[in-house]
Each structure stands twice: as C-alpha cells, then as structure tokens.
Design a protein around this ligand. Structure first.
Ligand SMILES: Cc1cc2nc3c(=O)[nH]c(=O)nc-3n(C[C@H](O)[C@H](O)[C@H](O)COP(=O)(O)OP(=O)(O)OC[C@H]3O[C@@H](n4cnc5c(N)ncnc54)[C@H](O)[C@@H]3O)c2cc1C
Length: 388
C-alpha cells in the first residue's frame, strides 16, 4: 500500500469513488481511497437507486440536475450500463397543506430548468392508474426522474479512477486520523499509515465515528431503512413511475420484472441494527396494498435493511470540518445521496483544487456553501423538505 499521497479519501461508496475520480480527472492522481469493507457495499449498496430532481433546496436541485446528465450518459463516459430507467417520480399528496409548499418547490425547480409539474388526480390516474386516489388531492411529477443500479455506478467511478492512477484499498479500515500541529498529516490503518495533506471523510453512516478520530463532531446518525423486492408478477406494468405517498413515505418502482418498495419507520430512533424488522415489514405491506390493491397478488422475494445517514436538516456536510486544516467531509446525505454523487464529486474536487484550505465555498457554479459543516454551530440550517 502506498504510504504517501496527495489525498486520502476514507470510504469507497459512491461519494469516495466519485470524488477520487473527479480529482484524478483534474490531474490529482496521487489519491488513495481506503475502504474498510469492499467498494460500494455500504449505504450505496442498500439504496433504492432513485434518481430525482424534485428537491426543495436550490443546491440539491442544481446538484441533482447536473448528476442526472451524467447518469444519462454514463455508458458512453464510463463504459458501463447502469440500467437507468427514466420513468419519472410521481409524488402523491393527501394533505392540502402540502400543495402550496410543493407548488413553490416546483416553481423553484422549473426556474432551474427541471421539467417537473403539478399533476391533478386525473393526471395521476393516467400516470399510474393502479393507485387508490380517494384521498389524493394532487401531486408532482418529473418525467426525467427514475432509478438505476447503484453498485454498477459506483464500480464505474472506481474503475475509471483506478485507470487514472487512483489506488483503492479494500478491507482496510482507517483506525485513526493523524494530526500534526493544526494540520492533518494522514491516516492510520492496520496495514500502515498513509501520509497526505488532504484527508476527506466520505464514510457514510459511520462518519460521526470517523470524525471523532480527529476530535471533530460531525452530526450524522444512522437510521434504519428497509427495502423489499417482489417476485416477478404481471398485475402491474413495468412502465409505472416511481410512486411515492409523500405523507407516509411509502414508495415503489418496477425492478427486475417485479417491484421494489419500502417505507421508513420515522418513529424509530437512530440504531446500528441492520436486521429486517418483520413487524415494520408487515406495516409496510399493509400500506402498500391499501394504496395499490394489485400488490395483494405479489410475493416478497427478499428484503434488506440499510442506514440513512441523517443530519439535523436532512442535508449533507460538504467541505472543511472546522477541525485540523486539510480535513474535509462529504457525508450525511440523509437518504438521497446516491443520485447526487457525480456532481458532489466534481464540486468537492474543484473546492480542493482551488487551494482554499478553510474556505467553505467552491469555485464551482453550484454554491455548496449552504451545506458547509459549520452551519449547525452557526444556527443556519438548510432544511430539505422533500425527504422520503
Ligand atoms: C434503504 C435505502 C434506500 C435508499 N434509497 C436511495 C435512493 O433511492 N436514492 C438515493 O440517491 N439515495 C438513496 N439512499 C441513500 C444512499 O444510499 C446514500 O445517501 C449514499 O449511498 C451515501 O453514499 P456514501 O458514499 O456517502 O456512503 P456509503 O455508501 O455508506 O460509503 C461509505 C463507505 O465508508 C466506509 N467506511 C466507514 N468507516 C470507515 C473506516 N473507518 N475506514 C474505511 N472505510 C470506512 C464504509 O464501509 C462505506 O463503504 C438510500 C439508502 C437506504 C439505506
């Protein structure tokens, strides 16, 4: 393993791999990514693969918009088919109080070039005729949204980064962050130290613990979320959009000739339990069949649990940690990180290469400073409303 580098990245999920690739693409090739497990096996592997541009914060909309252009052209750029299906995201709203909020967010999205729109119950019936609409007041739809293969996408970034000279060491947990004076000096692993003037924490749901190695508090906590896949069944067409019951958080989309579905248990406190909660699975299935009776004919093929990496305002920490100089973070995507990976990689790389060691912004045309880690101490939160 290399003992010196220009940058060390902790974690080889979508973020670590996208940042490493973006750095290498811009000429910083002496990059080492350290992964305690294997590439793309963390939260990224557990994601539902959803890719949407329907957010409430300008920064997320811009990040998502740039990223979707990369997902659309991934095969030609990275030589890998990620199975992108742009069948749209359809939000179903049942609470009249949500309508003005969604309409304002749609206006913001449209102003930034996202082709999302308000849909009436009649339009919802055309987009997804199978949902029970008795209580639905309307919704929002964006035809460019969809879903893809998260593992394939991460491997695509990793392979492209390696081809440019980046080293990715799997089965190599970082056990300490080394600091000299007020600067970061590198990291410690069981296989030896790696010295670098720039260390980026991209450790997903484990980020709080990794930050603690350097004495910084990064407010990111793991919350269990479960997803399930049905056996192939013909009662519902594979052409349906990703459909979300916004009030409950129930979602489903076609996957592997069956359907993928889930619903977060918002009452469950932060946990490191990664087992499937059978009782919540039953609650989820009940909600699913109530919303789409045709699911009564489906059987569950498998289910799994993973962790959302949740921050106090459901938005990530991007930038310098406020601890030792040269120590940065890109984590805490609160359940909507996979889809933003390409743009996060670019923005973080540009920020690092601009040489601004303690600047919270970046040279990029996307202003990521609303997500600066110091916002919590400053009381300047950037709440995301469209959280699933
Ligand atoms: C059920 C579920 C559904 C989701 N659905 C979606 C969705 O539809 N769309 C979407 O965009 N997002 C979704 N997400 C969220 C998405 O998965 C995350 O936001 C995203 O994958 C985070 O990527 P990451 O690289 O920050 O984290 P991770 O993928 O977790 O990567 C972090 C890596 O750091 C490694 N690591 C941790 N500690 C150390 C250490 N000490 N040393 C070395 N390595 C370390 C971990 O092993 C891991 O591989 C979902 C998440 C879940 C759980």
């Amino acid at each position: 393993m290399k003992t010196t580098a220009e940058a060390v990245i902790i974690g080889a999920g979508i973020m670590g791999c996208a940042i490493a690739h973006a750095l290498a693409e811009r000429g910083l090739t002496e990059v080492v990514v350290l992964e305690r497990d294997q590439i793309g096996r963390g939260a990224t592997a557990d994601a539902a693969g959803g890719v949407r541009q329907q957010f409430s914060t300008e920064t997320n909309i811009r990040l998502a918009r740039e990223s979707v252009r990369v997902w659309e052209t991934f095969a030609e750029r990275f030589g890998r088919d990620i199975g992108l299906r742009q069948q749209g995201y359809l939000f179903l709203l049942t609470d009249p109080a949500e309508e003005p909020v969604f309409r304002a967010n749609l206006a913001l999205q449209n102003g930034l070039g996202v082709p999302s729109r308000w849909v009436s119950p009649e339009e919802i019936a055309a987009l997804n005729p199978h949902v029970v609409r008795d209580d639905v007041i309307g919704g929002a739809f964006c035809p460019e949204d969809g879903w893809c293969d998260t593992y394939g996408a991460t491997i695509g970034f990793a392979q492209a980064a390696r081809a440019l000279g980046v080293r990715i060491a799997e089965e190599t947990p970082v056990t300490d962050i080394l600091i000299e004076g007020d600067r970061v000096r590198g990291v410690r692993t069981a296989r030896g130290d790696v010295n670098a003037p720039l260390v980026v924490i991209a450790a997903g749901p484990q980020t709080r613990g990794v930050g603690a190695m350097a004495g910084v508090e990064l407010p990111i906590d793991p919350y269990r979320r479960m997803s399930f896949i049905t056996e192939p069944f013909a009662a519902l067409p594979q052409s349906l959009p990703m459909t979300i019951d916004f009030a409950s958080g129930l979602y489903f989309h076609p996957e592997s000739r069956g359907f993928l579905f889930g619903m977060g248990n918002r009452a469950e406190p932060s946990t490191t339990d990664k087992t499937v909660d059978e009782s919540w699975m039953a609650t989820t299935v009940e909600a699913l069949v109530a919303r789409v009776p045709a699911f009564a004919e489906a059987s569950i093929l498998r289910g799994w649990a993973g962790f959302y990496e949740v921050t106090p305002d459901d938005n990530p920490l991007l930038g310098w940690t406020g601890g030792a100089d040269g120590l940065a973070v890109a984590a805490g995507f609160s359940g909507h990180g996979f889809m933003l990976g390409p743009a996060i990689g670019r923005c973080m790389a540009e920020m690092f290469l601009s040489g601004a060691v303690n600047d919270s912004g970046s040279d990029s045309d996307i202003d990521i400073s609303p997500f600066r880690p110091s916002r919590f101490a400053e009381g300047d939160l950037a709440q995301e409303y469209n959280v699933i």
